[in-house]
Design a protein around this ligand. Structure first.
Ligand code: SF4
Length: 318
């Protein structure tokens, strides 16, 4: 029943409204499973701010499993809301049969794409009830050309499309103009995520601008500001029990940050070693979900993790 409602929510709920509900996600849906699924780790772009592309081990990027393998694996998972992302998922050879044959007990809630290749594959799909998160990278396309792709998706029947943008320092000044430009098209929402990097911190001036944008509504308020890479406080969290990151080679991690900490070099010395994020591999039979919520002692700054895992600081009484 809940998944049926989610299907409708995904098809019609505007992104600005969804972002306002996001901090209450785990209060509304405490037991729902969420999977962030990355069937393909390669990307045709090389964005300066992309953690996945910069830090994923090269060996992982060549991993490929046929869609029938993934359908079989997902048949064994409890009903879940699944985000398909990458890498660039439209480079995954089997993306169309994967989506068309995805087990009905799950909801594909969203597909994240840079919209630069194989849009025709998306357009050809019969299943179109998921949200499209189209990531705009200004160094790769003009806003006008990108808009054309969005309009063709709308015309093909996708009802819920968001333009995703990273507040990379050199693009900060462009945010108001881009928001106005993309939102002139009825039904499009322009969403901005803050830039995350293990070795970079926004300057005071940049932070001030971001706060101003939040006040003016150019950037949706979120909880990430309260959670930094210096924060080793204890946090209660559902990652590994209700949230899973599954990557192209079948490895499963509890959360996005958990993948970075486990596999990405600049992150490997930045977490508390009592925390374990790798949960095994779905193809070799070693995968085990956690039975209980966990207490994590590592920094947690990813919006997806914070909300999908329902991360909350545990107050320590003195
Ligand atoms: S608190 Fe954050 S980093 Fe730690 S396990 Fe939960 S989601 Fe992952």
């Amino acid at each position: 029943m809940i998944l049926k409602i989610l299907k409708r929510v995904n098809r019609y709920l505007p992104e600005d409204f969804r972002l306002r509900l996001l901090p209450y996600y785990r209060r509304i849906l405490p037991g729902l499973n969420n999977v962030i699924f990355i069937p393909q780790l390669k990307c045709n772009y090389n964005c300066a701010y992309c953690i996945w592309n910069r830090f994923t081990p090269d060996g992982f990027k060549d991993s490929f499993h046929h869609f029938t393998d993934w359908v079989r694996i997902f048949q064994t998972f409890p009903p879940s809301a699944v985000i398909i992302t990458g890498g660039e998922p439209l480079l995954y050879r089997d993306i169309v049969p994967l989506i068309e044959n995805f087990p009905d007990k799950h909801v594909i809630s969203c597909l994240v794409t840079n919209l630069s290749v194989n849009i025709d594959k998306l357009i050809s799909l019969k299943k179109k009830e998921f949200r499209i998160m189209a990531s705009f990278h200004p160094y790769t396309a003009t806003k006008e050309a990108f808009m054309q792709g969005l309009i063709s998706l709308k015309a093909a029947g996708f009802k819920n499309i968001t333009v995703n943008f990273v507040a990379y320092p050199e693009y900060l000044k462009d945010i108001p103009v881009l928001k106005k430009f993309f939102e002139q098209e009825k039904g499009l929402y322009f969403r901005t995520d803050t830039f995350k990097d293990p070795d970079y911190k926004y300057s005071g001036q940049e932070l001030e601008l971001i706060r101003e944008y939040k006040k003016k509504g150019f950037i949706a308020p979120d909880r990430t500001e309260g959670y930094s890479f210096e924060d080793f406080s204890a946090k209660a969290c559902r990652a590994g029990k209700n949230l899973f990151i599954i990557i192209a080679n079948g490895n499963v991690y509890s959360c996005m940050e958990g993948y970075y900490y486990s596999e990405c070099k600049p992150y490997k010395d930045k977490y508390n070693k009592i925390d374990k994020f790798y949960l095994g591999n779905v193809f070799d039979g070693s995968f085990n979900a956690s039975e209980k919520n966990r207490v994590c002692h590592s920094p947690c700054a990813e919006l997806c993790d914070l909300e999908l895992a329902g991360v909350r600081r545990i107050s320590v009484s003195s």
